[in-house]
Structures are given as C-alpha cells and as structure tokens.
Design a protein around this ligand. Structure first.
Ligand code: HPA
Ligand code: ZN
Length: 339
C-alpha cells in the first residue's frame, strides 16, 4: 500500500453510513465477551476464528455473524462494542457515523430490546465525548423473518423513538423482496423515521425498484446490481439517491470477483452519489479507510474521486444543513492544508 495514500485517506474527514455494529465484533472481543458471559464458542483461538471468515456468499457470512452475536449479553457488552468501533472509525477520519443494529437477533435470544439499544446509545454518547464523533442509530429488520415480527420490533422501539434515526432492512436478500415490508416501512415513515434498505447486493434490479417505489427509502444500501438496468441508473442519478457501497464486503461475499472490477468507478461516471463504507469490518478485513485505499489501489480511482465520495457521505447523512456545511468546510480545510 502506498503510505501517501493511506495517510491522505486517514486524514480525509468522512462519514460512515453503512456499518452493522454487530459486524464490528473483533475475534479478540468475541473471546473476551464469551469468557465474561460464560458463553461457549466453537473456536479455540483468534486465528481459528479469522480462518473461518472465508465466505462464498451472503448467507455463508450471515450464519457465522449471527452465531458470533450470541456472545453479546449485557448492556456493557453493547457499550464496549460501540466504543471500540468508534475508536477505530475516528482513527480512519470518521467524524459522523450512522450505525445499524439488528434488534431481532438479540430479542429472539431472549434479551430485552433495552439491553442492545441502551448499551449502544450510551456507547455513542461516550464516543462523542471522547472522540468528537457524532452518530445516529438505525434499527434493521431481518428480512428473512416475517412482517409480523418486524411490526413487533417497530412497537418495541416506541419508548426510544427520540433516539432512533431510522429503520433499515438487512439479512438474506434473495427470496425476501422489499415488498414484503411495504406496510412496516409505511408505518415507520408515519412515525417520523428515516428509511433505508439493503437492495441489489445479491438481489436483482427489481428489488431496487421496489425499495424506491414501495419502501420509499431515503438512502440505498449497496445497490450494486442497479448497474444492470439503464433506466434505474438514470433514475438514481436524477433522484440524487445516496448509495452506501461496501467494496471489501462485496469482495469477501463474492458480489465481485476482483476489486479491480468493482462498479464504483462506473457508478461515479454515471453520476451516482456513491459513498464508501465498511459494512461488517471485523468480518471483511478492513474498516472504512481500508475500503477507500484498497478500492483506489485496485481501480486507479483518483484522489478527486475519493474526496467526492467523502463529500457524498456528509451530503447523504441524516444531519441538518448546518452540520453538512460544517463537515464539508472541514474537507475543504483539509485539502487546503495537505495541498
Ligand atoms: N447484507 C445483508 N445483511 C447484512 C449484511 C449485508 O451485507 N451485513 C449484516 N447483515
Ligand atoms: Zn450491510
């Protein structure tokens, strides 16, 4: 890796908009929580855990990811998980992060909704005080579960409504189209929540259309397969839809065979509002700055393109205009400083 590029990217102010906090559980922390909570895990060493992270598709990963999340048992675990993520993110130049969590993964194991929500929220407050990184929390519905379970989750969130920015949709995509959650997303919109959804990661362009038309999303997670549909590309550009793209995730889950063939350069040429994100960094081999660096090295993306994506990340964030202006000015100041 070019050390100039690494230094440039780490210093570039950016937001991270696609990060599953359960996917930031590093193997070391998995062992620590397992020991503390007396939970058995099917691994003897950190090396053995990392060796198991060899996935051939999304479902392969999800099976291990949900098993890993079982070590999270207490509010303190969630607090420490969040704080550890924010420390790494801050070192990568992240000034604002909008993080996902999967409440059903935890409530289905018998943990009260409050354990995950309050632990994460207190970790976010601590991170802002320690690191100056602001954040928002987005709950994702697991799309392999049914509509009724999603409605129950939406009901459970009511006491936290003032501290939750939005809802998302994740887990196994193919066979679980956005239309399955149209009514849940309509209700979330009435509750004043922002709406995002994973679409076009493994699923077809039709799922991206559904996410736009039926879920009325404010932001698109992944969206890779939109590139198979000319009309959709133009629509996403015209609507200035922010895409939260995750290159190292795409590589690890075989959404792309080679980073050199990643669609981001073409997305940018076609006027799409692309941002770069880490998705599940503990599982995919890199945090957000690694995604910028490795994609740039593999595809030859210019520094201007990297800066554009950092700008897009603030423009696509769920923050007010004053905050966007402040963050964008910080990018300008950084560029003036580094020449
Ligand atoms: N796709 C779908 N669901 C997920 C992902 C992802 O990349 N990461 C965590 N849950
Ligand atoms: Zn994701």
């Amino acid at each position: 890796m070019s050390s100039d590029l690494v230094t440039f990217v780490a210093g570039l102010p950016k937001a991270e908009l696609h990060l599953h906090i359960e996917g930031s559980l590093e193997p070391e922390q998995m062992f620590e929580f397992a020991r503390r909570n007396r939970v058995a895990i099917p691994f003897d060493s950190v090396e053995q855990v990392r060796a198991a992270y060899d996935f051939s598709n999304l479902q392969d990963f999800l099976d291990i990811y949900y098993a890993g999340a079982d070590v999270l048992r207490t509010e303190q675990d969630f607090h420490e998980l969040a704080l550890a993520y924010f420390r790494r993110a801050a070192a990568d130049g992240v000034r604002h992060a909008e993080i996902f969590f999967d409440p059903q993964t935890h409530t289905d194991r018998g943990l009260p909704f409050a354990v995950a929500a309050d632990g994460l929220l207190s970790g976010m407050v601590a991170a802002e005080a320690e690191l100056g990184v602001s954040s928002k929390l987005i709950l994702c519905f697991l799309r392999h579960l049914d509509e009724e379970a999603a409605f129950a989750t939406l009901k459970a969130v009511e006491p936290w409504l003032d501290r939750i920015a939005g809802v998302g949709l994740d887990s196994s995509e193919v066979g679980h189209p956005p239309s399955k959650f149209q009514r849940v997303f309509a209700r979330a919109g009435e509750m004043g929540l922002k709406r995002v959804a994973h679409a076009g990661e493994e699923g077809p362009p039709a799922y991206v259309h559904e996410a736009l038309d039926l879920l009325r999303i404010d932001r698109m997670d992944h969206g890779n397969r939109s590139m198979e549909d000319e009309g959709l590309i133009r629509r996403l550009a015209d609507e200035r839809m922010t895409l939260t793209v995750c290159p190292l995730s795409n590589l690890k889950l075989c959404v792309v065979d080679d980073l050199a063939d990643h669609p981001v350069p073409e997305m940018l040429r076609r006027g799409l509002h692309v941002t770069l994100n880490s998705d599940d960094p503990a599982y995919f081999g890199g945090y957000v700055a690694d995604n910028y660096v490795r994609l740039a090295e593999a595809t030859g993306l210019s520094r201007e393109a990297l800066v554009q994506m950092a700008r897009n990340s603030f423009e696509g964030a769920f923050v007010d205009d004053a905050a966007k202006t402040r963050h964008l000015a910080e990018i300008d100041a950084y560029l003036a400083e580094v020449g």
